[in-house]
Design a binder for this molecule. Sequence first.
Ligand SMILES: [Cu+2]
Length: 183
Amino acid sequence: MSAEQQPEPGKLPVRLVIAMLAVIVGATALIVGLTRTDTAEPTLPSDAVRQGGIAVYGAYVREPATDTAAAYFAMTNVGDSSDTLVAVSSPVSTSAMLHDVGKDELNGTGGMDSGSMTPTPEVELKPGETVTLAPTAGHMMLEGVSGTLEPGSTVNLHLVFENAGTITVKAHVIALTDPAPTS
Ligand SMILES: [Cu+2]
């Protein structure tokens, strides 16, 4: 038998294989493109500080009436794995802790705007989750505030996350009687 009579295996299929590869490459590019669109960055406020999978924004501190002040901020897990806020501190206070920081809004009235002052040792954020500290939903308590916090100035807050590490945000100081800023 001659080579002409017996089709060489591989010769004809090569074109087919190339065509198939082109289809696969094209489809892969399309899928990658779609995936990028699907995982588009969430829209975060312009003051957001992002580190690792965590973004923190909207931080403010109400000017203290005594040596104790309350700080508020929002945090969003923009990553794809859970992370946990495990510690807080600020250079303007001798100690800091989270009080009543949960995922449900509080309805009580009382100390530091939030009904009770139950310590919250840590806050877990699942992917996509946001926790907002607000006068009705928990606060970061600063105790032993040194000096005067002047409205219009800023103070640093250090938030320590298990995975994202320590995130530092600048909290705007607002006057005792000023309403909470809206973002
Ligand atoms: Cu408190």
